[in-house]
Design a protein around this ligand. Structure first.
Ligand code: UD1
Length: 460
């Protein structure tokens, strides 16, 4: 049976299950390289209000989806972070016109005529792989690289490809995709999003089951539907998608980043402070709200989109925040993207806690860095026991390395709580996903700065 679509993963060898080996080396000679770092003097007490940026992961999916649309798509509230810049480069490399200004991105993909993605850019971000959905839907083929993103486990793309194959593997005499039925073995967010885009332009009806229920999937469905698609069931585990031959660019405001909001909620908790934040969609953060409340934080909804988080000692009963356990799982379970930050918080709580990672198979590397700050953590595979503080003990500043995006965020949080100076290296990981994090924390009263060291003197 011949397939309509042809997905080439370059460079060879074609290995679907290999994890992408990230390189963040620049092309400049080693002795001239600079190493940007964050320097934090703690312990900090935070106060005030912060504005939460638009969601990184929703933006990435919607930017890819603009490739499905004729005419111009306008996205508002897109965060200015390096992952988004990489996605913009990917779209441009395909021939799309991309303009960004004041948090807006305007994409017109009428001029897209090639199917070979800029492989260097694609290797930088996980979300770059989303473009296979629109490309194969429009052109019947795509030439892509194994995607980048955080080094937190194997991160294969088999579900994207098997699912896509299933949707369009029905051979026929017409060019284009044909709807079908496909059940994902696991509710992968990326595979769900890729398949939604492909099926939106396929011929006929597609039934996708065991799909991801994450809010970013709902955001993507909303954008595609506003652009003329017909997707029912987003937010549940089954999607019914009626394919359309043409989608038209539309306008969309990116929803607030629930992981950034969660990171700041944990920042309030770990510094035993009180801050407020908006915009937030509380229903997208309910798991974290429950856990922080269990620890003793007071979380109140000031208005529809504003939350106040308080961990000021006088406000909770007992001596200090109490430990609690978490196990990550797909939405509405505890988000894996907040597991490292929660681990930092737990090192400052009374009692010991069990942290279990069930989404990715290698997402504990921040534990080693937290140990450099004095944290007592015992890692066993994908679980960790975090021993909370003894009376009087606490974290102490040190030099640490951000090994991935959210692991890097956990180090910032720990640095805010630690006594003395914490120097975080490899912050390019953090800057992939947090817009203006230094300024935002400074505005809350933190003593944090971004500076640059010559690389050789900063090897950790
Ligand atoms: C997305 C998010 C990431 C978040 C994750 C889980 C983006 C750009 N990234 O990543 O921030 O941590 O969801 O909420 O939106 N898997 C397979 N085969 C596949 C695809 C995935 O086995 O084809 C496995 C992965 O190895 C992992 C699990 O499924 O163990 C979850 O991955 P997935 O939901 O796909 O995460 P991403 O879409 O990569």
């Amino acid at each position: 049976m011949a397939l309509f679509c042809n997905i080439i993963i370059s460079p060879k060898p074609f290995v679907l299950s290999c994890s992408y080996q990230k390189t963040h080396l620049s092309k400049t000679p080693q002795n001239t390289k600079q190493d940007p770092i964050f320097k934090i003097k703690g312990p900090a007490t935070l106060s005030g209000h912060i504005t939460i940026s638009g969601s990184k992961n929703s933006s990435l999916a919607l930017l890819a989806a603009t490739l499905c649309c004729s005419g111009t798509s306008l996205l508002h509230n897109v965060p200015n972070i390096s992952d988004i810049q990489a996605m913009a480069s990917i779209l441009s490399s395909l021939g799309a016109k991309v303009e960004s200004f004041d948090g807006k991105m305007m994409v017109n993909s009428d001029g897209v005529g090639k199917v070979e993605v800029d492989l260097e850019e694609m290797r930088k971000i996980r979300g770059g792989f989303f473009v296979i959905g629109p490309l194969v839907a429009r052109f019947g083929e795509a030439v892509v690289a194994l995607p980048g993103g955080c080094n937190i486990g194997k991160r294969p793309v088999d579900l994207h490809l098997r699912g896509d194959g299933k949707v369009w593997a029905h051979t026929a005499n017409v060019k284009g995709l044909v709807g079908g039925r496909f059940r994902l073995d696991y509710p992968s967010v990326g595979a769900t999003e890729t398949l939604m885009m492909a099926a939106s332009m396929a011929d006929g009806i597609t039934l996708l089951s065991n799909v991801a229920k994450e809010p970013e999937v709902v955001d993507l469905a909303r954008f595609l539907n506003d652009s003329g698609a017909s997707i029912e069931g987003a937010g549940s585990d089954t999607l019914v998608i009626r394919g359309k031959s043409q989608l038209y660019g539309s306008e969309c405001v990116i929803r607030p980043d629930r992981i950034e909001a969660g990171t700041f909620m944990i920042a309030a908790a770990i510094t035993r402070s009180c801050i407020s934040m908006s915009p937030v969609i509380p229903s997208r953060a309910s798991c974290l709200i429950d856990k922080l409340s269990e620890a003793g934080c007071k979380i109140s909804q000031v208005d529809q989109h504003t939350l106040r988080v308080s961990a000021v000692p006088a406000l909770y009963p007992g001596d200090d925040l109490k430990s609690f356990g978490i196990k990550t799982s797909p939405f509405p379970g505890f988000p894996t993207d907040l597991q490292p930050q929660i681990m930092s918080l737990l090192t400052t709580c009374t009692g010991s806690s069990l942290v279990e990672e069930s989404v990715f198979d290698n997402r504990m590397s921040h534990a080693r860095e937290l140990q450099k700050l004095g944290a007592r953590i015992q890692v066993n595979g994908n679980s960790a026991i975090v021993f909370g503080k003894d009376k009087g003990s606490s974290l102490c500043g040190s030099r640490v390395i951000a090994r991935d995006l959210r692991g890097g965020a956990s180090l910032i949080l720990a640095g805010l709580a630690a006594k003395g100076t914490t120097e975080i290296h490899k912050i390019e990981h953090i800057e992939r996903g947090y817009e203006n994090i230094v300024t935002k924390l400074q505005n809350l009263g933190a003593d944090i700065e971004r500076s640059t060291l010559p690389l050789l003197s900063s090897l950790v």
